[in-house]
Design a binder for this molecule. Structure first.
Ligand SMILES: [Zn+2]
Length: 92
């Protein structure tokens, strides 16, 4: 996956700004906790999917995510792994 600029929102664990990969300086607000952990993004692609389709997918065990949600999830996962490693190392 291409490196993306992901900026955590101050004081919020699940919300990030993710910079557009095609339009310089444009960033989208991603909330990883929305729609039963599918996530939500402010980009046009995600908004055009439509809430009904997103919710129907989630209820049927699928996900509907844009690239920004994917990179925010990857960023979040990497941060969690680092935190777990630090915690584990502290126990040794
Ligand atoms: Zn998006």
């Amino acid at each position: 996956m291409k490196q993306a600029k992901v900026i955590p929102l101050e004081g919020e664990l699940l919300r990030f700004h993710v910079y557009s990969r095609s339009r310089k300086g444009i960033k989208h607000l991603v909330d990883l906790g929305e729609h039963e952990e599918n996530g939500q993004c402010g980009c046009e692609h995600f908004q055009n999917i439509g809430l009904a389709i997103i919710l129907a997918s989630v209820r049927n065990g699928f996900t509907k995510r844009c690239w920004h949600i994917d990179v925010a999830r990857e960023h979040f996962c990497n941060e969690m792994i680092r935190a777990m490693k630090r915690k584990e190392e502290g126990k040794l």
